[in-house]
Design a protein around this ligand. Structure first.
Ligand code: NDP
Length: 486
């Protein structure tokens, strides 16, 4: 039905230029809010990655030796340009991903600019270490950029997570070959144009669009890309590790989660309730940090459950461009079907859907969009599949508990360990529970409060390594210790 329309073609950004894929073939890019194709994505392959890698290799000697103040200035200009184009970027992100425009404007795009600003200024404060051995010797440790880094990011927070990798890699002096998710490529494409405007030297950043198993896999196995920073699903992470491990590549993996919210009787009820609404359904539940298993202590279980259901029923699922929409569309038809299959599974496993559990059909231009009702499921055991596997949509389960020991056992029972939230006014209990949770991040009486200096990442199947603050500079550099005998 779209054959007669001329679609906008997204371009790769290689060696400072916007270029078509070598194959000159394209993939459909969908707008999930209307369920229709609206632009075309380069169907790139290993030839484009090879070209991008050569450009990045050629740019590395000069960029890595460029004074950090100068590198920082270019990246800050990029941050400024993103801010100056906030409306355009936010609209593009919302159209490409289905998220509410208000969220893209408030969170995604400002955070992308903040990522560039943070690492541009951070590199000016990053210092190497020295270890003195009394009057015997002195060790000093240099940290050098490594070369061409491969950065692969997912669709849920497209520019936010793309820039979270690229910014530290570039600031510290590496060059980059990057692949945004093929599902949401548009803001990375817009970023390419800003890189040219900001005066980023050619070849320093190369953005190649296309399918994961072609473009992502080509980055992972390219012999001249010694560093891979990946955010995405655990299964993909394992596949990348299988390829990159034997090649001794440096690897950072930020993977899936099945995060618990632990709500004690003595919590600040209203605060716990309103924050749980966000941690359950923000971005249609498609944030790796969303809490998807809600454990509520028996004393307030019914009160909390009823209020949570009531508030959830007030949420508006609507056109992402409408200011009053709380939830927009989920990212794709296949993702919507996957999420709905988990609702069906939950029912088979004995769960009761308290609210939601179905597709939402909008009218007008949005009638074919992929919308889901925010869903709460009760009555499941903590170890059933619904409570163990990542759903990554607006679906949460709610369960009562009695004791700290019991809730810790249930919270820690999954293979994941990304983030947890704990709600209590008892600080000793908060410390005790936080210490025993198997997760890389614990929020007490809050959620998604981020200080970019802190280590970010998960344990177990949620990942390997940490991003954030100087952790990212450590990842994107190679240390060398030099010992001088005095
Ligand atoms: P995927 O793992 O499907 O994809 C992530 C990226 O990897 C995409 O760019 C994808 O390309 C690419 N890719 C796919 N297959 C390969 C391959 N064989 N080799 C190399 N690259 C490949 O994840 P999603 O995009 O579906 O994102 C959702 C997942 O990301 C969830 O599990 C979520 O929890 C996780 N996530 C984790 C975060 C964290 O910080 N821990 C943050 C955000 C999300 P393409 O899209 O073109 O297939």
């Amino acid at each position: 039905m779209f054959q007669n329309r001329i679609m906008e073609k997204i371009a790769n950004y290689i060696n400072g230029e916007m270029v078509a894929p070598i194959s000159n073939t394209y993939i459909d890019n969908f707008n999930p809010s209307i369920g229709a194709v609206y632009s075309l994505i380069p169907d790139s392959d290993e030839k484009d990655i090879d070209l991008a890698t050569k450009a990045a290799q050629a740019a590395f000697p000069l960029w890595s030796k460029t004074p950090k103040e100068k590198r920082a200035r270019v990246l800050q200009k990029l941050a400024y340009l993103i801010e100056a184009n906030l409306d355009r970027f936010a609209e593009a992100e919302s159209r490409d991903n289905g998220k509410p425009l208000s969220l893209a404007k408030r969170v995604d795009i400002p955070r992308a600019a903040a990522n560039f600003n943070f690492y541009a200024t951070g590199v000016l404060h990053y210092a190497s270490e020295a270890h003195q051995m009394e009057d015997i010797a002195i060790n000093y440790t240099t940290r050098e950029p490594i070369g061409v880094c491969g950065c692969i990011s997912p669709w849920n927070l497209p520019l936010y997570l793309f820039s979270w990798k690229i910014a530290p890699a570039l600031a510290i002096g590496n060059t980059v070959v990057a692949k945004p998710s093929e599902v949401t490529p548009y803001t990375a494409f817009l970023l390419s144009e800003l890189c040219i405007e900001a005066g980023l030297p050619k070849g320093v950043l190369n953005i190649v669009h296309g399918l994961g198993h072609k473009v992502g896999a080509a980055i992972t196995k390219h012999p001249d890309i010694p560093v891979i920073s990946f955010t995405g699903g655990t299964v993909t992470g394992a596949e990348i590790a299988r390829t990159a491990g034997p090649m001794f590549k440096k690897l950072s993996l930020e993977l899936g989660g099945k995060n618990p919210n632990i709500i004690f009787d003595d919590c600040d009820f209203e605060n716990a309730l309103s924050t749980t609404m966000h941690s359950s359904f923000a971005n249609q539940g498609q944030i790796c940090l969303c809490g998807s298993r809600i454990f509520v202590q028996r004393g307030i279980y019914e009160k909390f459950r009823d209020a949570f259901v009531e508030k959830t029923q007030e949420l508006i699922v609507g056109n992402p461009f409408d200011a009053d929409s709380n939830l927009g569309a989920v990212v794709s038809q296949s993702h919507m079907e996957k999420v709905l299959s988990y609702v069906a599974l939950a029912k088979e496993e004995g769960g009761t859907v308290l609210t939601g559990g179905h597709q939402v059909k909008l009218e007008g231009e949005q009638e074919n969009g992929w919308y889901l009702a925010p869903t709460i499921i009760e009555g499941l055991s903590f170890d059933c599949r619904t409570n163990q596997e990542e759903i990554f949509g607006p679906v949460v389960t709610i369960m009562p508990f009695d004791t700290v020991e019991e809730v810790l056992y249930m919270a820690n029972s999954t293979k994941y360990g990304l983030a947890s939230t704990v709600w209590t006014q008892d600080i000793t209990k908060a410390h005790n529970v936080a210490a025993q949770l198997h997760s890389g991040i614990v929020w007490v009486n809050t959620w998604l409060l981020r200080d970019l200096r802190t280590p970010f990442g998960g344990v177990k199947a949620s990942g390997v390594g940490r991003e954030g603050g100087f952790n990212a500079f450590e990842f994107f550099t190679e240390p060398k210790n030099i010992c001088i005998k005095l």
